[in-house]
Design a protein. Structure first.
Ligand SMILES: Nc1nc2c(c(=O)[nH]1)N[C@H]1C(S)=C(S)[C@@H](COP(=O)(O)OP(=O)(O)OC[C@H]3O[C@@H](n4cnc5c(N)ncnc54)[C@H](O)[C@@H]3O)O[C@H]1N2
Ligand code: MOO
Length: 415
């Protein structure tokens, strides 16, 4: 196998462009989908005080069991400042600070309430129904490192940490160029021999999800002139992604342009689908030329494109490897490393990879069901079912990225 590895390809792209240094300070309301350019340190303990977790009565544990007169009431947002003598209780609402001299809360369902006193029938432990000060985050804790992608949970945690504004990296600017005479934008009936331009929409969305600022170039025709024009001024960008024209055909002008007018970093990488891929550098801007086949291009995206975009923030993509047994044999001897889109099945505690999904380079529907990429190493002979292989789990791959699915999704996947 003479192709370079996925890791080598990624490193070559990184050698052209490292982390973006520019950053800006923005209100947290606007920071969803951005990436932190600073460390986030909690400004205060969370909770900031011992907080009642139930509606009920605050008291001293040592006064239980017993009959306790009720001195007053404290609600969320208030502070109970009165002295609480031994043997007294204070009515307390969920979210209210525990009065200073008291050490526990009993939920109202567990006591008998009389007009001005309660009967507590049993011993109550200290700090029952109390979220203690700093139990989630203590002041001064590092909540996030620079490079953290801000999704919904991170928005909540920024607020919890007391940040009103935050420093984020400038979004990577990415030029997206799709190529092919056969491509039509959806909206009109297909001309004979034409297909809809999938990559334009797919990659604009994948890039946006990854936090990039995408420029949609007009699709380029399969001519050397059109390709040269589309790739003439790259200086405003941090990355250029092209699709199509990167194989060995007469009309594969992208690879010809890269060979003749740029510094070619690599051509073809050890992965299938997705081996038809090139990396290059022009005017200090990295170019990632992906296959026209959407399924192959998407694999290259997950293995090289996405980790590279993420590295522009100085971050890395957390990949998880799991072992599983192939549910079905994989009979094709393979020259390149194969990444099979697969579902995960667990039976009696054992993990199986079900690879009965369409695996073609042109197919993208299979990604909707793939939870894992089952890896068949380069040069493997036919692999029988039951063989243990490594599976790669990539953030954003598979059904989890759809957030919710129709009821029958697993039973009858779209073909
Ligand atoms: N003689 C050989 N032929 C091919 C080889 C090879 O090794 N020797 N490799 C095959 C593999 S694997 C792939 S993958 C493709 C890669 O081809 P290109 O990257 O040059 O892409 P195109 O030829 O332009 O297109 C391939 C395929 O994808 C369709 N396409 C292109 N762009 C889009 C788009 N934006 N949206 C939807 N579909 C698109 C295009 O119509 C073709 O069907 O090469 C094999 N050939
Ligand atoms: O190169 Mo193709 O991209 O292996 O599927």
């Amino acid at each position: 196998m003479s192709y370079i590895s996925v890791t080598e390809a990624l490193d070559l792209l990184k050698s052209v462009r490292g982390r973006i240094e520019d950053s800006e300070q923005i209100p947290i309301e606007q920071c969803w989908g951005r990436t932190l350019a600073e460390e986030v340190v909690a400004f205060s303990d969370s909770p900031p005080f011992h907080r009642a977790a139930m509606d009920g009565y605050a008291l001293r544990a040592q006064d239980t069991p017993g009959t306790l007169p009720i001195l007053g009431q404290v609600n969320a947002g208030e502070v109970f400042t009165q002295h609480v003598p031994q043997g007294y209780a204070v009515r307390i609402m969920t979210g209210a600070p525990l009065p200073q001299e008291l050490d526990t809360v009993i939920e109202q369902e567990a006591v008998t309430r009389h007009n001005q006193h309660i009967e507590v029938p049993r011993v109550v432990k200290t700090l029952r129904n109390v979220s203690t000060q700093g139990s989630e985050i203590t002041r001064g804790t590092t909540v996030f490192q620079p490079g953290q992608y801000i999704g919904s949970l991170e928005m909540g945690l920024l607020a919890l940490s007391g940040y009103a504004t935050v420093k984020v990296y400038r979004k990577p600017r990415v030029l997206l160029v799709t190529t092919g005479d056969e491509l039509q934008n959806p909206g009109q009936a297909l001309q004979p021999g034409h297909i809809y331009n999938v990559n334009r929409y797919l990659f604009a969305a994948l890039l946006t999800e990854a936090g990039a600022d995408v420029t949609w170039a007009p699709p380029a025709a399969d001519t050397s002139h059109a390709v040269a024009l589309a790739l003439s001024d790259l200086t405003p960008y941090d990355l250029v992604i092209t699709t199509g024209g990167v194989s060995v055909g007469d009309k594969d002008h992208v690879i010809q342009f890269l060979r003749n007018h740029t510094r070619l970093l690599f051509w073809r990488v050890d992965m299938h689908p997705g081996k038809s891929i090139a990396g290059a550098e022009k005017d200090h801007v990295p170019i990632l030329a992906l296959s026209g086949n959407p399924g192959a291009a998407m694999m290259s995206w997950y293995l090289i494109g996405l980790p590279f975009v993420v590295s522009l923030y100085g971050a890395y993509l957390p990949l998880r490897h799991i072992s599983g047994r192939l549910r079905h044999p994989f009979m094709k001897p393979t020259r390149e490393t194969r990444y099979l889109r697969a579902r995960i099945q667990v039976e009696q505690g054992e993990i199986f990879f079900d690879t009965q999904l369409p695996q073609g380079s042109d197919i993208i529907t299979a990604y909707r069901q793939s939870e894992v990429l089952a890896i068949i190493p380069e040069g493997s002979p036919p692999v029988p079912s039951g063989t243990e292989v490594t599976g790669l789990m990539i953030p954003g791959l598979g059904p989890e990225r759809l957030y919710w699915l129709p009821q029958n999704h697993r039973e009858s996947p779209p073909s």
